[in-house]
Ligand binder design. Structure first.
Ligand SMILES: Nc1nc2c(ncn2[C@@H]2O[C@H](COP(=O)(O)OP(=O)(O)OP(=O)(O)O)[C@@H](O)[C@H]2O)c(=O)[nH]1
Length: 324
């Protein structure tokens, strides 16, 4: 459990101290049960809101990459949805995305919330991870601000034992709190030496390579998810149809017109999204517009429409159209 103390005393660290370390760049992904705190941790590492967070499970549908620029390394974070027992075609596709991602990255971070008992869901994921032999795996105990030191120690022991049971050793085990910014930088320090030697893969300043339209759609989806009934979240998809600068605006007062559709599965869900006298939809627009403006750095006019795409989760054609 060397990871709990300071930077590990490796050759890479020594080279780093001497200023002779080669630059490294590579990919890492965080895996773990829904709500484990993967998106929040991605944002904390990148230092800006790029992944979509919410207190509802399984909100991250797209592979959003956050890019951490360091002097010694560039870390590209691939954020995957959780691995689930698939019940729909969408569920199967998501699991495929997850496994493909795992096989391709340089480091896998397994996230386990400090305040939740290590359960069958976690074991299922770690068992799958154990099968990916050559990729270093870091165990990250998240949300440490929610527990006392005794509980944290137990969790660290539990995850260490699980590795032993499954016949592999964690490259590191580290407790973090993304919310309190505890040990987040240290996590970056631990991942960096595990990346391959490489010049930076992305220009400095790029925080994500996700197309802007997808990011915008995710921000709208996040706002639309807030405060709706439990069964609705999985039925919502958002597609940005158009993003165009408004013509005839003075150069110092630009306005970006964004037209987006919020798709639901059944006509009966329309009322929930739109709300009495359209109030809910209006709130969704106002809220997401603020985030979009912050992301794009320009004033935005957001035009939202609600559309029914019948049973889209079960229809391959619709899934493709909606970007899955
Ligand atoms: N107290 C505390 N809460 C956290 C921390 N990190 C995340 N959370 C909360 O946990 C919830 C889930 O966090 P997410 O980052 O969305 O979790 P996720 O693993 O990306 O979730 P999925 O996208 O559903 O897989 C949110 O309500 C976060 O605010 C933390 O360090 N401390």
């Amino acid at each position: 459990m060397g990871a709990m103390s300071v930077r590990p005393d490796t050759e890479a660290a020594a080279q780093q101290a001497a200023g002779t370390a080669p630059h490294r760049a590579g990919f890492a992904c965080f895996v773990g049960r829904p709500n484990a705190g993967k998106s929040t941790l991605t944002n904390a590492l990148v230092g800006q809101k790029v992944a979509i967070t919410s207190n509802r499970p399984q909100t991250t549908r797209h592979t959003v990459r956050g890019i951490v620029h360091r002097d010694d390394a560039q870390l590209i974070l691939v954020d995957t949805p959780g691995l689930h027992k698939p019940r729909t075609l969408l569920g199967e596709r998501l699991n495929d995305v997850v496994r493909t991602t795992w096989a391709e990255v340089d480091v896998i971070g397994f996230c386990l919330p400090a305040d939740q008992k290590l359960g069958p869901g976690d074991k299922y994921i770690v068992k799958e991870l154990a099968g990916i032999k050559k990729t270093p795996k870091i165990a990250i105990i998240t949300k440490t601000d929610l527990v006392d030191s005794k509980q944290l120690a137990e969790q660290l022991l539990a995850v260490s034992r699980l590795g032993e049971e499954l016949g592999f050793e964690w490259a590191e085990i580290i407790p973090v709190s993304a919310v309190k910014d505890t040990q987040v930088d240290l996590l970056g320090d631990l991942i960096a030496p595990l990346l391959p030697e490489s010049p930076p893969l992305y220009p400095e300043g790029d925080l994500t390579d996700e197309p802007e339209m997808v990011m915008v759609a995710e921000l709208i989806r996040e706002a639309a998810l807030e405060g709706v009934r439990d069964e609705l979240p999985h039925s919502i998809a958002v597609v940005v149809e158009e993003m165009l600068p408004r013509e005839g605006r003075p150069a110092d007062k630009p306005l970006l017109d964004i037209h987006a559709n919020v798709y639901i599965e059944r006509p009966s869900q329309k009322g929930i999204i739109i709300g009495p006298k359209g109030k809910r939809l209006k709130d969704v627009g106002t809220k997401s517009r603020k985030h979009i403006e912050a992301l794009l750095g320009t004033p935005v006019f957001l035009d939202l429409h609600v559309k029914v795409a019948k049973d889209w989760q079960r229809d391959p054609k619709q899934l493709r159209k909606l970007g899955f």
